[in-house]
Design a protein around this ligand. Structure first.
Ligand code: GLN
Ligand code: ZN
Length: 803
């Protein structure tokens, strides 16, 4: 047989032959589906607008999937994922697979098509959409009576689609336990209902899917179980054992990969899952999961199982330090064991024949598989499309397409087939990044461990401010932006493209501000805003004016559905060469006698909505941004601006997944915020705004931000805010829980708003309550904003007369 024949050859030529024929042990957790130029976005939106057919949309999707698979195959990836494509998000895909459609969508069985699918995602004429979390997936709504049935064969059809191209893939499913842990009780179901109790009801559907995948020829299945990195209760951990034991017989004959990401797996959980018999491989995030390697070393790794080592960062855009990753991998290999590339002994043990896609291949079974830390959908798509980045910065970067190549280069090197050209180019780029003067300045690091806060307490400050501002009780204000019209977007675009002069641009923006100021005066709002017409994005606007930031042309990342964001890249030390907002704020203030809020984005939000450098701790970068914003705050104050709002819309988004890491994050994040305004006078009023209502758990940190006034979203759940209210009373700061939902085009009536304010007044002292919408107005139309704000002001006035 082959073995004898191989032994007849000179050893080194066997190696060479194997290297040529065998794919190295490389794996990709998942890949971006938007396409290098956001092809899916445009196809989706055109379909939703009725401008193209379902077939057109399918065609774009098929082309995208095929080109991704071919690209990974060409790069030499051995374990290529399928079913990581989605028309909206993968959790919704799992809901479709399980047929768990909430009743209100009138689903009557059968394969779920675009109709039901997009109705759940986006709502339809008669029924609103399901809830989207801040983590950007559609939350499954389950109850004791939810019926599950196999209703979307997407996983199987994607697998077959790839197979038809001659590409063997690993179908990816959201793991059953993670799916249930991400679900919430459906409407009308007891709040205390635990979706995890439905495990036994969803496993039969998983079994059907597995059987069909097996039948189609799959040899591996990947279950994404990211909840494994969270602090789980023991009954939740037990659910994993229960689920995978129950699936054991269905899974026999298949290799099963449990993929985790975003953090390390807690030691207890690690023990449980590595003991699962039906599972043959475990994927770990070795970038964010900093403790995983120690865990593997100390707790050990089960013999004969595969370790998928996520060394290439899926959540960032930096090129991997290949030499250092290789060292990590070699250390792991010592634990997991080598495949064929080691000794002759291993060769004779591992050689077997498999009918792979490129003919007969002798496949060494490498138990250590090089992988990405998580799906590459969290990074940008392809660096080749970046035409505007300078070549030095570009040499430091790797987007999804480049990361695929990195994974493979590492796998080859591990197998003794190191591509010297790739490794040495990478070493040059790494050292240029380390020694570049653009990234070596140490000012902010010194702030660690110190404390910065305003000298007086909030009540004293509010008194001092009130003497100057002389506001009525229940003062009215808005969150910052006013509607962004087509005209406005055009003006900004043309100015950027140098099609109109600076003079023309300033004139157009000035007119817009003046319109917004007049409108607010007519509406009789107390504290005005300039409307942010000069900004297309609350982070990009500042990033463009700060040093240390770079911008891509196509570095889009999907947030959900067709929505994409293009985060700036913080590559170096952040500083502020000159004032960023003073010109516009001063101009706006000159148009009115009422107080005009200066409007800034806070350091934590700028950090959390950017790709952040990975060569220093995040807090250091955050402190640098804080120092830059501090200068801006002080310049605004010097220019006569008495109220300054520093938005921290994304503070919560940066919370680590593990409780043990929360305190540290909150400590430096809140400190960063305080740094921005610790230097202002008592009479300068600092506002902050946050886009979420759920912060019962972090209320003490919010209070520790020491802002004078906090405005927050409050559109959905009044009761959740109660504890915030109560703490607020003790603390004494002004609080503005949004009195109407700006995410909806609905226009609230005066009575409705008055009613809401009254409910708040039942808990809050009159003198600390502010009246405002729950977020910026930029996505609304003037036809909605005018009547809504009219009702809001009328409601405040009505209540003032009654107090
Ligand atoms: N000031 C910003 C605006 O009004 C705040 C946006 C936000 O909270 N996301 O648009
Ligand atoms: Zn907001």
């Amino acid at each position: 047989g082959l073995k004898e024949w191989a032994f007849g050859l000179h050893l080194s030529s066997v190696y060479l032959m194997l290297a040529r024929l065998c794919k190295m042990a490389s794996h990709i957790v998942g890949y971006p589906r938007m396409g290098p130029k956001r092809e899916l976005k445009f196809a989706l939106e055109s379909f939703w607008d009725g401008k193209s057919s379902a077939e057109d949309l399918q065609k774009v999707a098929t082309d995208l999937r095929c080109s991704i698979w071919k690209q990974m195959a060409a790069a030499g990836i051995k374990y290529i994922p399928s079913n990581t494509f989605s028309f909206y998000d993968q959790v919704l895909d799992a809901t479709a697979m399980l047929g768990a459609v909430p009743e209100r969508y009138n689903y009557s069985g059968g394969e779920i098509g675009f109709d039901i699918y997009f109705s759940m995602a986006r709502g339809n004429v008669s029924v609103p959409a399901m809830e989207m979390t801040k983590c950007h997936f559609i939350v499954p709504e389950l109850g004791p009576h939810t019926k599950f049935s196999y209703s979307s064969h997407k996983a199987v059809s994607e697998y077959k689609e790839a197979k038809a191209l001659g590409i063997e893939t690993v179908p990816v499913l959201i793991g059953p336990v993670t799916y249930l842990l991400l679900s919430k009780p459906a409407r009308g179901v007891e709040k205390s209902f635990s979706p995890l109790t439905l495990l036994g009801s969803i496993l039969p559907v998983y079994k059907e899917v597995i059987a069909e995948l097996k039948e189609a020829g799959a040899s591996w299945i990947q279950f994404d179980e990211p909840t494994l990195v969270k602090d789980l209760e023991s009954y939740q951990i037990e659910a994993f054992t229960k689920a995978y034991s129950e699936l054991e017989s269905s899974l026999s004959g298949l290799d099963v990969l449990i993929e985790t990401y975003f953090a390390d797996v807690p030691a207890e959980t690690y023990k449980t899952i590595t003991a699962l018999k039906s599972v043959s491989g475990f994927g770990f995030d070795l970038v964010r999961g900093t403790k995983t390697i120690d865990l593997i070393k100390t707790a050990g790794f089960p013999a004969g199982k595969y370790l998928f080592a996520g060394v290439v960062d899926g959540r960032n855009i930096w090129a991997n330090d290949l030499a250092s990753s290789l060292t990590t991998l070699e250390a792991l290999e010592a634990i997991v064991g080598k495949g064929v590339h080691g000794s002759l002994f291993t060769l004779s043990n591992c050689l077997y024949i498999e009918n792979a896609t490129d003919g007969i291949c002798c496949l060494p079974v490498d138990k250590l598989v090089v992988s990405t830390s998580c799906s590459l959908m969290h990074t940008a798509v392809d660096l080749v499309n970046e035409t505007k980045l300078d070549s030095e910065i570009k040499s430091w970067l790797a987007f999804a397409a480049q990361k695929v190549v990195e994974v493979n280069a590492l796998a080859k090197a591990l197998a003794g087939q190191k591509d010297e050209a790739i490794f040495s180019a990478n070493a040059v780029a790494q050292s240029s990044r380390k020694s570049s003067p653009r990234v070596t300045n140490e000012e902010a690091a010194a702030l660690k461990g110190s404390d910065h806060r305003r000298a007086t307490n909030v009540s004293a400050r509010l008194d001092a401010q009130q003497k100057k501002l002389n506001l009525p009780i229940l003062p009215t204000t808005t969150i910052g932006s006013f509607p962004q019209t087509m005209d406005l977007r055009r003006v900004r675009r043309e100015y950027k493209a140098k099609k109109i002069s600076e003079e023309e641009y300033v004139k157009a923006i000035t007119e817009e501000i003046s319109k917004v100021v007049k409108l607010q005066e007519e509406l009789d709002i107390d504290v005005l805003v300039h409307g942010e017409p000069e900004r297309n994005d609350m982070v990009e606007y500042f990033g463009e004016q700060l040093s240390g930031f770079a911008f891509t042309v196509n570095g889009w990342v999907q947030s959900y559905g067709s929505r994409c964001v293009k985060p700036p890249i913080i590559y170096g030390d952040v500083s502020r060469p000159k004032a960023m907002t003073v010109f516009w704020s001063k101009l706006a203030q000159s148009m009115t006698a009422r107080p005009m809020k200066g409007m800034l984005t806070g350091p934590v939000t700028i950090l959390n909505w950017s790709f952040v450098r990975n060569d220093q701790p995040r807090f250091e970068t955050c402190y640098q941004i804080a120092l830059a914003i501090k200068k801006e705050v002080e310049d605004l104050e010097a220019a006569g601006i008495q109220v300054i709002q520093i938005d921290e819309a994304a503070l919560r988004e940066g919370l680590p997944l593990r409780k043990s890491e929360e305190a540290f994050y909150l400590e430096w994040a809140v400190h960063s915020f305080r740094i921005t305004n610790c230097g202002v006078q008592d009479t300068t009023q600092i506002h902050t705004h946050m886009c979420y209502s759920n912060f019962n758990d972090i209320i003490h940190s919010i209070i520790d931000m020491d802002a004078d006034v906090i405005t927050i979203e409050n559109s959905r759940s009044d009761e959740k805010l109660l504890s915030v209210f109560r703490e607020g009373v003790k603390y004494g700061a002004g609080i503005g829980p949004g009195v109407y939902d700006i995410h909806s085009p609905r226009i609230p009536s005066t009575e409705e708003i008055a009613d809401r304010i009254n409910k708040m007044l039942a808990v809050l002292e009159t003198n600390i309550l502010w009246v405002n919408p729950d977020c910026g107005l930029k996505t609304r139309k003037y036809a909605e904003v005018k009547p809504a704000l009219t009702s809001m002001v009328a409601a405040a006035k009505l209540l003032r007369t009654q107090l």
